[in-house]
Design a protein around this ligand. Structure first.
Ligand SMILES: Nc1ncnc2c1ncn2[C@@H]1O[C@H](COP(=O)(O)OP(=O)(O)O)[C@@H](O)[C@H]1O
Ligand SMILES: [Mg+2]
Length: 268
């Protein structure tokens, strides 16, 4: 850990207002994440993982507490400033890839640069560079439905990288992918973290996926239930049909009946 945290939150909470009343999705979360960390977020369905990621990504506003992103208290920013900070600092990767079906891969990857006001020639050059980086340099003219799910997620990662973010937020990025493809995607995140120092925060249900991270944060019922180092003995079993150990708060355990490597992952 070096210098200032890229994320510092204290007493963060989020209530959703519904017709049936207020739903407390997150309560009193405090933590700091430093540049270069690789953090896995785990917890049962409904425990607040996506809510947390949306707050970190400034896609939603907290109901209470404080949040500093890259040294800036986000409460001091108006909408435009927030969007600017988000675009400058964060790359997002989602479970469903979220690519534009009718645009080719170059245009998909270049899309954030349109919002940033970058000219066409520069956009194409930088998008090509990012496609090269994720191993899809030859497919720039293809459309998303012409490549595999794993390749589509690579394109989404290339798009997330195009503004040279310091931070990648990924919400169940391997949730729709088979085991082998998931491992390839995790290797890519690992390389970005290790070689380029990009901070990675990644939500997963899978113990094997979480074991790529160095720190594990676990939510239960909207509370921070655990925050500590990942037990790297797990790494030996990544991809193997192993049963994660139970009962140790520092080991990475699967949630709802963690699948073995042999069982298919179902898109939810
Ligand atoms: N837009 C929303 N409106 C109302 N309740 C929500 C909304 N989004 C999430 N929730 C509720 O907040 C809680 C946490 O949800 P979520 O953050 O999506 O959990 P997770 O990603 O861990 O599955 C759940 O009880 C969920 O039903
Ligand atoms: Mg979720």
């Amino acid at each position: 850990m070096e210098g200032e945290p890229i994320i510092r939150i204290s007493g963060l909470g989020k209530d959703y207002l519904t017709a049936a009343g207020s739903v407390p999705a997150l309560q009193d979360i405090s933590l700091a994440i430093y540049p270069g960390e690789f953090v896995a977020i785990m917890g049962p369905s409904g425990s607040g993982k996506s809510t947390f990621m949306n707050l970190l990504g400034c896609l939603d506003v907290p109901s209470g507490g404080a949040y500093s992103l890259n040294g800036t208290d986000v409460r001091t920013l108006d909408r435009d400033q927030l969007a600017q900070l988000r675009n400058a600092v964060i790359g997002f990767v989602f479970q469903g890839f979220n690519l534009l079906p009718r645009a080719n891969l170059i245009d998909n990857v270049a899309l954030p640069l349109v919002y940033a006001g970058v000219g066409k020639a520069d956009r194409v050059r930088r998008a090509q560079e990012m496609l090269d980086k994720v191993g899809l340099g030859k497919y720039g003219a293809s459309r998303p439905n012409q490549i595999s799910g794993g390749q589509q997620q690579r394109v989404a990662i290339a798009r997330a990288l195009i503004n040279r973010p310091r931070l990648i937020l990924a919400d169940e990025p391997t949730g729709n992918l088979d085991t082998r493809t998931s491992q390839e995607i995790m290797s890519l995140f690992t390389a970005l973290n290790r070689d380029e120092g990009i901070t990675v925060i990644l939500v997963t249900h899978e113990a094997d996926i979480a074991s790529y991270a160095s720190r594990l944060v676990r939510f239960i019922d909207g509370h921070l239930a655990h925050d500590g180092a990942v037990d790297h003995e797990m790494h030996g079993s990544v991809g193997a049909a192993s049963s994660p150990r139970k009962g140790d708060g520092t080991s990475v355990r699967g949630e709802d009946a963690a699948p073995t490597a042999a069982s298919p992952r179902n898109p939810r």
